[in-house]
Write a protein that binds this ligand. Structure first.
Ligand code: EPZ
Length: 420
């Protein structure tokens, strides 16, 4: 078993470059199934969820070659298997994208019910609603889903909840659907736009991605090759922004798209931190203890739920009492119990938590309860007095490439240790 051991009390300074977006990559990888030739993807994060996606695609017939540290080619000329490996697909959430992609490619697919971080109930009713609207039939039983169709026909899909996954799945399934599909109340996250840009680069006709009404005019075929670069990961960038604030540090974050981080930038300025934007870099620094605030997570362009635990660390040490209202997930405050072990004073109840700001955190053994909780604990360990050990690293490695190397390059005393 591995753990991260952090000797805290560090002020982070320096430069860090942002990887390609995890949540784009794990959607674009299955999206390549719509191409009957070779796709070259650049800026691909080398993380567990990407490697799992590649393993699953290979079992369907894809030939994948890493041609650089963050570049790969996928040859999907010969897709022969419509049964995705249940053990792998049930390990992470994004395996649901195989459904939309394989419906388009082969008109049928069987996958395990998606796994992923335990953030409370994670239904996929809106995905199923979209597939059925397009003319597919779905059966869920014994931990797996079978979806098939004779023909996909364009339709008007209204999402009852704003869902990133269901919006992307509806896009994937509608590219070849006969006629026009509209997706109303669509999610607007940067990775929705990225998936649409990738599909359009292949010859799809998708308009309006990034707004709440997306229109897809069905096409009969796509190009046989494309080279595409995945957008920078806004959540990794936000994690470093908040690490700069929590550690009263000074970090230049390179290779990011600053406007994707507008809600976080505004919050940082509001609590007394400093942010300076120049082209694709964000300079973040803070000298003093930050002020209390209220945060409410919302779909993009609201404050991202995937940065909620990281800002939770900042607010646990703010001057005064802060409140976070989590409106996306039922169970995203598990990290607060771990932060309380480090001296924080947080009371979480349901989807709200009250943060009584303390002056200092103290090192302790803690457990990453999910991906972003893990990132938050890394920040907490770096600023705490004394030594923090973080266990359960499998969550962190699912979504952050070289997290300890990146923080170490900013001055953190952090190492990965194999526990005997
Ligand atoms: C994506 O999850 C991300 N995961 C999550 O990132 C992120 O927290 C979430 O979007 C919100 O931004 C991936 O991209 C793989 P949703 P997803 O469908 O698509 C409800 C991270 O840390 N809902 O937008 O599964 C749902 O319960 C992770 O990187 C339905 O009710 O999220 C939730 O309350 C964790 N029915 C809300 O919608 C459905 O059919 C938003 O979920 C689908 C969703």
């Amino acid at each position: 078993m591995e753990k991260l051991v952090i000797t805290g009390g560090t002020t982070l300074t320096g430069e860090v470059s942002i990887m390609g977006a995890k949540n784009s990559a794990i959607a674009i990888l299955p999206a390549t199934l719509l191409c009957k030739g070779i796709c070259t993807l650049n800026n691909v994060p080398n993380i567990i969820d990407v490697n799992l996606s590649c393993q699953i695609l290979e079992q369907l017939g894809s030939k994948i070659t890493w041609v650089g540290p963050n570049s790969l080619t996928i040859d999907n000329t010969n897709i022969y298997n419509t049964h995705a490996p249940l053990d792998l697909t049930s390990k992470f959430r994004a395996s649901y994208y195989l459904i939309g992609a394989m419906l388009s490619r082969c008109k049928e697919i069987e996958v395990g019910l998606p796994g992923g971080c335990n953030l409370g109930a994670r239904p996929i009713d809106q995905h199923i609603k979209a597939f059925e609207a397009l003319g597919a039939t779905a059966n869920c039983s014994q931990g797996k889903i079978n979806v098939s169709t004779n023909k996909l026909i364009g339709s008007n899909i209204y999402m009852d909840v704003v869902s990133v996954g269901a919006t992307i799945n509806a896009l994937l399934a509608s590219v070849f659907a006969e006629g026009t599909t509209t997706i109303d109340n669509a999610a607007k996250e940067p990775h929705i736009v990225d998936v649409a840009n990738f599909l359009n680069a292949l010859g799809a006709d998708i308009r309006g991605a990034g707004t709440d009404l997306i229109k897809v005019n069905g096409v009969q075929e796509l190009r046989n090759s494309v080279t595409y670069s995945i957008v920078p990961d806004q959540i990794e960038a936000g994690t470093f922004m908040l690490a700069a604030i929590a550690s009263k540090g000074d970090i230049l974050i390179k290779n990011c798209i600053p406007e994707h981080l507008d809600p976080l930038t505004s919050k940082i300025l509001e609590i007394g931190g400093n942010v300076e934007i120049c082209a694709d870099t964000i300079h973040v620094w803070c000298k003093n203890r930050v002020n209390k605030t209220v945060v409410k997570t919302l779909p993009y362009p609201g404050f991202p739920t995937d940065l909620q635990p990281q800002i939770g660390v900042v607010l646990s040490m703010a001057n005064g009492t802060s409140i976070i209202n989590e409106s996306i997930w039922d169970s995203r405050f598990q990290y607060t119990a771990e932060l309380n072990k480090m001296g924080a004073n947080i009371t979480a109840q349901g989807k709200s938590a009250i943060f009584e700001g303390v002056e200092k955190l103290y090192g302790a053994p803690v457990f990453a309860t999910d991906l972003r909780a893990g990132a938050a604990l890394v920040i907490a360990g770096i600023v705490a007095e004394g030594t923090t050990e973080i266990f359960n690293l499998k969550h962190i490695d699912r979504g952050y490439e070289n997290i300890e190397k990146k923080f170490a390059s900013l001055g953190a005393k952090i190492e990965r240790v194999v526990e005997k």
